[in-house]
Design a protein around this ligand. Sequence first.
Ligand SMILES: [Zn+2]
Length: 66
Amino acid sequence: MAEFCLKCWNELNDTNYPERKYILSETLEMCEECGKMTNVIVAERRFCFVFKRVKIKKRSKENNDY
Ligand SMILES: [Zn+2]
C-alpha cells in the first residue's frame, strides 16, 4: 500500500483536508511521493470506529443482607 504524507496526499488528490481528517502513523514512515520520513496517512477518520457509549444499567444490585 502506498503511503503518503498529508501534504502530498492533498496535492495528489487536489484537496486541502486538515490533519484531523486522517489518522497519521505514530512512527515515521517514508512518504512515497516526497521521500521524506514523516507521519504518513494510515486511514481516514470516517473508517475509524465510532465508540458509542452505551449505558448499561446493571439492575443486579448485590443486596446481601443477612
Ligand atoms: Zn510527502
